[in-house]
Design a protein around this ligand. Structure first.
Ligand SMILES: [Zn+2]
Length: 263
């Protein structure tokens, strides 16, 4: 089982022992630049406000995983922008750190945020997430940063805090149905946002180089108590999952990154 601790046998520097592609040239996450090649081509999100039939949640030993079960005719689809195909939203999960100020995987001009949301979509042409996961154009991942903001009592964009109580212990097999399902709008609020896009990889082993990354550069808000709740989740050995963010991979100098502005 892989780990996020540098000193462990299967810590991030040794993930290549699980799959050699973890040392590949198209690995994620990366530091995103302050500016990049500029394009104006909107990302389209179909059924942004549609709530799925159900959302299921589980703790897979590395964090909280959410599944979106959309009705057949109501699938949430990503297209346009940097995407050549249609991608179906399937899952979401979060990355965080041991300390409140450093938990995101990507960074923006050297700045690391408190946490990062990944919404995973697969190319419809492959039919399923498991079939698409290792194809070079198989996945699109929509990433949102969270920045710490404890000023406003009410205001947190981290909507699954209460659901985390259901999955404190890890259970790699069973998903639990969440009482109230939620749409992409509930999760990320904005349908139009500026984003960086580049060709990268899964940030967990087996690190397949199959992801078109879409990283929004406007962060959502999160509170200390939300981050504490995430760090209270347990791994397979019953220890708290204090962090699950992979270190930055290759610098952006060698990568083609496009900055998409939507007005
Ligand atoms: Zn992720």
């Amino acid at each position: 089982m892989y780990s996020y601790y540098e000193c462990d046998d299967l810590g991030p520097a040794n993930w290549y022992k699980i799959n050699s592609i973890c040392n590949g040239a198209r690995q994620s996450p990366i530091d995103l630049p302050a500016s990049a090649v500029l394009r104006t081509k909107p990302l389209c999100i179909k059924n942004f406000e549609v709530k799925p039939d159900s959302n299921n949640i589980k703790n897979d030993g590395h964090g909280a995983q959410i599944v979106f079960n959309y009705r057949h005719n109501d699938k949430c689809l990503l297209s346009g922008g940097s995407l050549k195909y249609k991608y179906e939203v399937a899952k979401a999960h979060w990355h965080w750190g041991q300390f409140n100020y450093a938990g995101s995987e990507h960074s923006l001009n050297g700045h690391q945020y408190s946490a990062e949301l990944h919404i995973v979509a697969f190319a419809s042409k492959y039919g399923s997430l498991s079939n698409a996961v290792d194809k070079s154009d198989g996945l699109a991942v929509l990433a949102f940063f969270y920045e710490l903001d404890n000023r406003n009592e009410e205001r947190s964009d981290f909507i699954i805090k209460k659901d985390l109580g259901l999955i404190v212990k890890s259970n790699t097999n069973d998903y639990i149905r969440i009482q109230n399902s939620f749409s992409l709008k509930d999760l990320i609020k904005y349908q139009r946002f500026h984003y960086f896009s580049y060709q990268g990889s899964l940030t967990t082993p087996p690190c397949y180089e199959s992801v078109t990354w879409i990283v929004a550069n406007t962060p959502l808000k999160i509170k200390t108590e939300d981050l504490d709740e995430l760090r209270n989740l347990k791994d397979n050995e019953g220890r708290c999952i204090l962090k699950n963010c992979r270190p930055i991979q290759h610098s952006h100098q060698s990568r083609q990154i496009t900055d998409y502005r939507q007005y």
